[in-house]
Write a protein that binds this ligand. Structure first.
Ligand SMILES: Cc1cc2nc3c(=O)[nH]c(=O)nc-3n(C[C@H](O)[C@H](O)[C@H](O)COP(=O)(O)OP(=O)(O)OC[C@H]3O[C@@H](n4cnc5c(N)ncnc54)[C@H](O)[C@@H]3O)c2cc1C
Length: 305
């Protein structure tokens, strides 16, 4: 595998951008993460196709990310290519009562736009950071509502099949999971909304936002909920009963607003975060016999977590 050869081939063939040794702390809401060997912004479908061909030829692993708001990248970085969807994937438009969105579009922008056009259904997503692609891969949402339930169709890209159109019902949607990211790079989605009363949409959005502000440490770098809620319970509640709020390893701290958030209090490393994750997991296991699973995604090599 040659990163240098791939870099050269990508530099020559892309509309978008390719960089070597890109610090991933610039691309995660945790502001943590060492360098990715290659960092590629694909602006067009042709860019995606060219990138996947080059990476396959050079046998280089890759991952696609959105805004890195659910991601912990190792301190040593990622030995492979990180792909971000650029220009052509950062557009959205109304189609009747539906909204067609590129995967690189910021979800919050779609939510605001739906409100301004009097389209309801996305109010629950107010304040969920990240892109439409990330939201689809994670089936982002709340306890009661999630984006998968609104998906009319998705377009993914694979090296073998090119563009594939999947209906919402052909995708497996679970609690903070979906298989759409495993089917290919998610390029675009059509979200089903319906005409609604703007004042009522606004009321719902304000309610969601107020709930979020009161219960989440929005002012500090984090990647949202660290652990998935175990069946019938809440990870935050379990952690809080152990008096773990404020627990600190290095600059990684269990939030005193929400015990299922680990925040970066300054210069936290990925290792600080994974050590804290292990400490919490072990305490919950000892106290309740429950094995907490992480909701955040990991990129690169980790000793633990
Ligand atoms: C303060 C805060 C609050 C949060 N609140 C919530 C919440 O209420 N509900 C909730 O569900 N989440 C929440 N999150 C987590 C996070 O915002 C969501 O999971 C979000 O949808 C991730 O989007 P992203 O673009 O940042 O994805 P990333 O973090 O960049 O990626 C997440 C995963 O999606 C994959 N992926 C991204 N784009 C693509 C693509 N185009 N094709 C294929 N795979 C792709 C990545 O490989 C990775 O596995 C919160 C995070 C923060 C920081």
């Amino acid at each position: 595998m040659s990163i240098v050869t791939a870099h050269e081939a990508l530099r020559r063939g892309l509309t978008g951008i390719v960089r070597l040794d890109e610090p991933m702390r610039r691309h995660t809401t945790y502001r943590i993460g060492g360098p990715a060997d290659l960092f590629i912004i694909c602006d067009t479908v042709a860019d995606v196709s060219h990138t996947l061909r080059v990476l396959a030829e050079e046998d280089i692993a890759y991952t696609v990310i959105g805004k890195g708001s659910n991601l912990l990248v190792a301190d040593a970085g990622y030995r492979g290519a990180v792909i971000v969807l650029g220009r052509d994937f950062r557009r959205h438009s109304r189609e009747g009562d539906d909204i067609r969105c590129g995967s690189g579009v910021i979800l919050a922008g779609v939510v605001q736009d739906a409100y301004s056009k009097g389209l309801k259904g996305l109010e629950f997503a107010v304040g969920v950071p990240g892109t439409v692609g990330g939201a689809l891969a994670m089936n982002a949402g709340t306890r009661d509502e999630w984006i998968g339930s609104m998906v009319e169709g998705v377009t993914v890209y694979t090296l073998d099949d090119g563009l594939l159109r999947l209906k919402g019902g052909e995708i497996e949607w679970g609690y903070r999971t979906s298989d759409v990211g495993k089917r290919g790079i998610v390029l675009e989605a059509c979200l089903r909304t319906e005409a609604g009363d703007r004042a009522e949409i606004r009321r719902q959005m304000e309610q969601s936002f107020a709930r979020r502000k009161a219960t989440q440490p929005t002012g500090r770098p984090s990647a949202g909920s660290v652990f998935r809620n175990p069946e019938g319970d809440s990870a935050g509640r379990l952690i809080e009963t152990l008096g773990a709020k404020g627990l600190r390893i290095g600059d990684a701290v269990v939030s005193d607003v929400h015990a299922n958030f680990i925040v970066n209090a300054g210069n936290a490393t990925a290792q600080d975060v994974t050590r804290l994750i292990e400490a919490i997991r072990s305490a919950v296991r000892d106290a309740y016999g429950i094995e907490l699973e992480t909701e955040i995604k990991f990129l690169g090599s980790f000793e633990t977590a």
